[in-house]
Design a protein around this ligand. Structure first.
Ligand code: FDA
Length: 305
């Protein structure tokens, strides 16, 4: 049943008509459990509070699968706007973005041009930019773009997904680039041709990748809410004397807040991924797929006046 619900929400997450309707008619964003606000002003206020509580942040202007150039350019402008806001308000925040929001499905040239502008702004204001990983179809292109930019910029990172068979090889390949990597389980619906269908195998591969990346000496952001994975990272830390400034935990805004607090109190670097904007639909559907029990929270949010 859980798997059926998961597939249902992942199917919904890619529905373009529903995405457009959700953007147009929206809902009261204060009521959303997973989104920090409708615009950068709201998000900046929220980030200040999160920083004051002792967490660092990565901010994400929601948007994906953009299919027209104007919208793609607006997304890029919004990323630069967010970087400037981080600097103006003295926020402790990085930036995360999705390449399809910058027009990956329209033109690679457009994406590279926008990324360079965003990374220049990040460099100027000391803000690191992480390129989120989207579905399998776009994984190879995303990594090629990351590698090209990594030779030009210090302040760029990307994400690897433990559910993909290809990731172990990608991780070794990226080792030459001194990469800043977030490693996650993976949030999209993928075929068993390219991704482990069983959660148990994803979890085992996840542990393997974290260990490899840490022992390669690379900075590792562990993006998970899973106690077993977090405990495993703590064991690795002890067993291999991994310095705490070589890794951090990352969790999504609004999810497992008590666990976020516990890790912070134990002295770990804890980064919260804070999305904002009106393109909340695909993001929220993937959160429901991860945990269908969240459906009640989201429904309450949608219908709350
Ligand atoms: P898992 O799904 O096994 O959950 C473990 C436990 O965490 C659950 O039992 C539950 O208690 C809790 N939990 C998990 N999800 C929850 C939810 N939505 N609501 C409430 N509780 C929940 N993916 C991707 O493909 N590309 C990307 O770029 C990113 N980026 C990213 C950044 C950050 C900071 C995080 C934390 C995650 C991502 N992800 C992602 C999403 C990731 O791939 C994955 O889908 C989710 O993190 C859920 O997997 P967990 O590792 O948390 O474990």
């Amino acid at each position: 049943m859980e798997q059926l619900m998961r597939n249902f929400f992942l199917f919904l997450s890619k529905n373009k008509t529903l995405t457009k309707l959700a953007k147009k008619y929206g809902f009261k964003f204060g009521a959303s459990r997973f989104v920090a606000g409708v615009d950068i002003e709201h998000a900046a206020r929220k980030i200040k509070e999160i920083n004051n509580d002792g967490f660092v942040v990565t901010i994400d202007h929601l948007g994906e699968f953009v299919d027209n150039e104007q919208e793609a350019k607006e997304s890029a402008d919004e990323c630069i706007n967010a970087i400037k806001k981080i600097a103006d308000k003295g926020l402790d925040s990085e930036l995360s973005l999705k390449l399809t929001s910058l027009g990956l499905d329209i033109s690679e040239e457009l994406v590279m041009d926008s990324l360079r502008k965003i990374l220049d702004a990040g460099k100027q204001h000391n803000v690191t930019v992480t390129i989120d990983m989207e579905d399998y179809e776009r994984c190879g292109k995303t990594l090629d773009i990351f590698k090209e930019l990594r030779s030009e910029y210090e302040n760029v990172g990307t994400v690897l997904q433990a559910y993909l068979y290809r990731t172990e090889e990608d991780l070794q390949d990226l080792n030459d680039y001194d990469p800043y990597l977030r490693i996650v389980k993976g949030a999209y619906k993928e075929s068993p041709e390219v991704a482990f269908p069983d959660k148990k195998d994803v979890d085992e591969n996840y542990k393997k990748l974290i260990k490899m990346n840490l022992l390669n000496g690379n900075y590792t952001a562990v993006g998970t809410h899973d106690d077993a994975i977090i405990d495993y990272v703590k064991e690795l830390e002890k067993e291999h004397n991994i310095p705490r400034d070589q890794f951090e935990f990352q969790m999504l805004f609004g999810i497992r807040i008590e666990l976020q607090n516990r890790l912070r109190k134990e002295g770990y670097k804890m980064r919260v991924y804070v999305p904002y904007g009106n393109d909340w639909y695909g993001y929220n559907m993937r959160r429901l797929a991860e945990r269908p029990a969240n459906v009640m929270f989201v429904l309450k949010g949608i219908f709350k006046k």
